[in-house]
Design a protein around this ligand. Structure first.
Ligand code: HSE
Length: 306
């Protein structure tokens, strides 16, 4: 096998109370990529369609992630990558992570899987470092491993896959503005109070417990972000109204997707997730804000061959 066409999924990082730690993988939103072996060593981005992004290997997240992996291998050939972007850069649903994760996942498949999915995460994190200045794993881990993933520790890296309740669906709405992750990280504070830390810890524990036990009510009660959302939500026009309307409609909870501006909601059942998509859309319509909206089952496998 010398060539693969893959689906590289979008992801929702943080999931309210798990800043830089928790993420989930989407099933209906993502990029397509073609990765092929070449005689030439190194990584070459031969095509990039859909977004205006650099194609130089060292300036492109896919190139950087691929090189991080190649540097750990002793092979005499290289790889050529075609990227067909559906996920807009700066949308908050893991655009850079999809390219980084997709690259190393497909390279690994073509090489006969020398690495496990978890072992691929550090390579993909190098792409995130290029994109945002920090090598966070809460988008690349779910894209590579699927489902919900928890980064229990960064040093050493320890990633845990968390079970996904069968009827859990995500709605994501993307107001058509771009928020760079580096900018939305710059509004955060270095220190938090003990009081806030206690609230956040309780909710993260509650959310993880709810996911293990398929307790939808507990999942909903736990979708609360005491630390990051209050600081970042001011960057997203209409955030409070969209969130309130989603919850009033019946969503379990809602919050900022990754570093925004996308807003996500989790619901029990596809029908409810569709209803939530409708009310979120109506809210942005009333505010005269253009948007893209997606409803997706949680993708428990991550990247896949298409
Ligand atoms: N955890 C990261 C952040 C995700 O919120 O900054 C960015 O995609």
């Amino acid at each position: 096998m010398n060539e693969l066409r893959i689906f590289a999924p979008a992801t929702i990082a943080n999931v309210s109370c798990g800043f830089d730690a928790l993420g989930l993988c989407l099933d209906t939103v993502g990029d397509e990529m073609v990765i092929r072996k070449t005689d030439e060593k190194g990584i070459k981005i031969s095509k990039l369609v859909g977004q205006d992004l650099p194609v130089e290997t060292e300036k492109n997240v896919a190139g950087v992630a691929g090189m991080a992996m190649l540097n750990k291998l002793h092979i005499s050939h290289g790889f050529e990558i075609e990227i067909y972007k559906n996920i807009k850069a700066g949308s908050g649903i893991g655009s850079s992570a999809a390219s980084s994760a997709g690259t190393v996942w497909a390279m690994n498949e073509l090489l006969g899987k020398p690495f496990s999915a978890k072992e691929l995460v550090p390579f993909a994190m190098q792409g995130e470092k290029l994109a945002s200045g920090t090598a966070h794993a809460d988008n690349v881990a779910p894209a590579l491993i699927g489902g919900f993933t928890l980064v229990r520790s960064y040093k050493p890296l320890d990633i845990i896959k968390i079970p996904t309740p069968d009827e859990l669906y995500a709605t994501v709405i993307h107001p058509q503005i771009e928020v760079k992750t580096s900018d939305s990280r710059s509004v955060l504070k270095e220190n938090i109070t003990l009081k806030k830390s206690i609230i956040q810890t309780g909710n993260l524990g509650g959310l993880i417990s709810g996911l293990y036990t398929s307790d939808y009510n507990l999942i909903g009660r736990s979708l609360h972000d005491e630390i990051v959302e209050p600081l970042r939500s001011i960057l997203i026009p209409g955030f409070n109204e969209v969130k309130e309307n989603a919850i009033e409609c019946g969503a379990l909870g809602a919050g900022i997707s990754g570093s925004g501006p996308s807003i996500f909601a989790l619901s029990k059942g596809e029908k409810m997730a569709e209803n939530v998509a409708y009310v979120m859309s109506e809210t942005f319509k009333k505010l005269n804000i253009d948007y893209d909206v997606h409803v997706s089952k949680i993708n428990t496998n991550g990247c896949r061959i298409i």
